[in-house]
Design a binder for this molecule. Structure first.
Ligand SMILES: Cc1cc2nc3c(=O)[nH]c(=O)nc-3n(C[C@H](O)[C@H](O)[C@H](O)COP(=O)(O)OP(=O)(O)OC[C@H]3O[C@@H](n4cnc5c(N)ncnc54)[C@H](O)[C@@H]3O)c2cc1C
Length: 381
């Protein structure tokens, strides 16, 4: 079926040049990054030099002012090479938009060019040991002291936590005001009182440097407050639509890739003297998965169009985040089954896609939290 989205010849050219760049400059090194537990910092610079980071940033800050389809293409192509632990999408389409939307002129001029070039790698730190789904329970404090804020507290599970040069940190400036007492700060690499853990050992996403961050009397200039004091929660809510859409887009592409490699494998693999693909179980299994994947594709593309038209689709995007992240797990697991024992071996791509899929129903809002939002939208309280 033809896609709902229309790509121009420029989009297609961009896709082709990105694909050959990834093949040459990223894919050959990825396995080593999985072993190292971290993506090479240089990979961001190389992506930046080719215009593959934050393409949407205004030209005056070094970007190309490109539309959202370019971000979608980057996410899709990286997913198709199974680069699931290289969080360029987090840098470009989740964190940088905070600076562009809520930063003042001085902040944008100071930080955005480095985000585009890959000199400044980004992370966002909301989650704490005692505050994940219930973010309002966060305890990290920021206290104003003259021209500075003093930050105390810790964050956990922070993606790009080791690589990050700029971390957007959510902290309470008024603990009595609940959600209205949260503010966002940009904490820069090297700030005294800002420490990081080693990468957290995980069952998958091995190339992703997820870490804990610690702030101990960490003095940051008041000029690093993003937007207005007390508006942090409101800003986070405002950016959730794109964050969850990006998660849905990428997982949709991963599901498609799982199907693609499995279709190839079942045609090659011989069992009982004939191709695995000739068994009705294989055919029906793949027919079911292809149907789910097609439903996801139509939904995601429709949402991308609405997002680009700046419609409020928080409810629908929550449905997509929930359903597609669950779907990619079903797809990866059932595809792995068709690989038999080989599917359980790290050497096979499907095994990485399977373990990397597992976290998708957990971060960027768990499936349960998505269902909570959807039920509220249905008027259920
Ligand atoms: C690999 C990885 C990368 C991450 N990257 C980042 C990052 O870059 N920045 C960041 O800030 N955070 C990040 N996170 C944190 C992630 O967003 C949280 O793990 C997630 O929000 C869940 O919070 P929690 O782990 O504290 O689980 P909890 O909130 O303790 O949830 C435990 C279980 O309870 C369920 N639950 C919670 N509340 C309800 C409810 N009201 N109703 C029904 N069920 C409920 C949850 O759905 C879950 O199943 C990352 C996490 C991982 C694992």
């Amino acid at each position: 079926m033809e896609r709902l989205l229309t790509f121009s010849p420029e989009h297609e050219m961009f896709r082709r040049s990105l694909r050959s760049f990834l093949e040459k400059e990223i894919v050959p090194y990825y396995e080593q990054w999985e072993k190292n537990g971290i993506v090479d910092r240089d990979a961001y610079r190389k992506m930046g030099a080719q215009g593959f980071l934050c393409p949407w940033v205004e030209e005056k800050y070094g970007g190309s002012g490109a539309d959202f389809l370019y971000s979608l293409i980057i996410g899709e192509e990286m997913a198709r090479f199974s680069l699931t632990g290289f969080f360029a999408f987090l840098h470009s389409d989740i964190v940088a938009p905070y600076i562009a939307s809520f930063g003042n002129e001085e902040q944008k001029a100071r930080w955005l060019p480095g985000c585009v070039s890959g000199e400044k790698i980004l992370a966002i730190a909301m989650t704490e040991p005692g505050a994940g789904s219930d973010l309002a329970a966060m305890r990290t404090r920021a206290v104003r002291d003259g021209d500075s804020y003093i930050l105390n507290g810790s964050k956990t599970f922070i993606s790009n936590g080791i690589l990050a040069d700029l971390v957007i940190v959510a902290a309470k400036t008024d603990p009595q005001a609940g959600a209205r007492g949260v503010s966002l700060f940009v904490v820069e690499r090297g700030t005294e009182g800002f420490e990081r853990s080693k990468p957290i050992a995980k069952i998958g996403m091995h190339a992703q440097d997820t870490a804990e961050l610690f702030f101990d009397d960490c003095r940051i200039p008041a000029a690093n407050l993003l937007g207005k004091e007390g508006y942090g929660f409101y800003y986070l809510m405002q950016k959730l639509q794109q964050e969850r859409l990006v998660a849905a887009m990428i997982n949709q592409a991963v599901a498609e890739h799982c199907l693609e490699i499995t279709l190839k494998y079942v045609k090659e693999r011989q069992v009982f003297g004939k191709p695995l693909s000739s068994f009705q179980n294989t055919q029906f299994c793949l027919a079911e998965l292809a149907t789910e994947i097609q439903i996801g594709r139509t939904f995601v593309d429709a949402l991308v169009m609405q997002h680009m038209a700046q419609h409020n689709i928080v409810q629908e995007v929550s449905m997509a985040k929930y359903w597609i992240c669950e779907m990619v797990n079903r797809v990866a697991s059932r595809c792995l089954q068709l690989f038999g024992g080989y599917g359980y071996c790290s050497e096979y791509e499907i095994s990485r896609l399977f373990v990397d899929a597992r976290v998708q129903t957990i971060y960027a809002g768990t499936s349960e939290i998505m269902k909570l939002i959807i039920s509220r939208g249905l008027g259920l309280k």
